[in-house]
Design a protein around this ligand. Structure first.
Ligand code: MN
Length: 193
């Protein structure tokens, strides 16, 4: 498995004014790349992991035969890698609405607006660094929850569908302490809904 930096499908300034170009550039070229580099350097020590995707490694992380310090790096930096890959791919300047997902959300949460409110509150109330998630559990049901740091839903054997990065590095340059404003702006650049 070649864990390369996946190219962004849009320019750093494509999400302006909602997400500013400087934040995008630093977030993608520095933060995201650091997660990738650290993950790759630890995976290189284990030939049996070379062919596995980062998602598969996270799903089976607790049962892998690896040094505990390396398991922690895979947890944090593998999580950082897959979380950011999803984040970039679900944002963009043009909507690409997933109508079947919207219908399922309406069925599960009552309405799209009530889902967005639940998700936004989850992101707003999450204490410290972490992510708000829309994910599928093992019964294929949609769930909203937050996880700390770079923990990935794959660690719970869930499949993430939408993730909102609420680390300060995702919004501090433009929004400072106003996480609520960042959350409101982020919905404008989510392509799926
Ligand atoms: Mn981030």
């Amino acid at each position: 498995m070649n864990h390369a930096l996946i190219p962004l499908a849009y320019d750093f300034n494509a999400l302006e004014p909602h997400i500013d170009a400087k934040t995008m550039e630093i977030h993608y070229t520095k933060h995201h790349k650091t997660y990738l580099d650290n993950f790759v350097s630890v995976i290189e020590k284990y030939p049996e992991l070379q062919e596995k995707s980062a998602e598969d490694i996270l799903r089976s992380l607790s049962s892998l035969t690896v040094e505990e310090s390396d398991r922690k790096i895979m947890h944090n930096h593998g999580g950082g890698l897959v979380n950011h890959n999803l984040y970039w791919s679900t944002m963009g300047p043009n909507k690409k609405i997933d109508t079947s997902l919207v219908l399922e959300i309406e069925k599960t949460f009552g309405s799209l607006d009530s889902f967005k409110q639940t998700f936004s509150e989850c992101a707003l109330k999450h204490f410290g660094s972490g992510w708000a998630w829309l994910a599928r559990n093992e019964q294929n049901e949609l769930m909203v929850y937050s996880l700390p740091n770079q923990d990935s839903p794959y660690l719970k054997n869930h499949t993430p569908i939408l993730g909102l990065d609420v680390w300060e590095h995702a919004y501090y340059l433009k929004y400072q302490n106003k996480r609520a404003d960042y959350i409101t702006a982020w919905w404008e650049v989510v392509t799926l809904l």
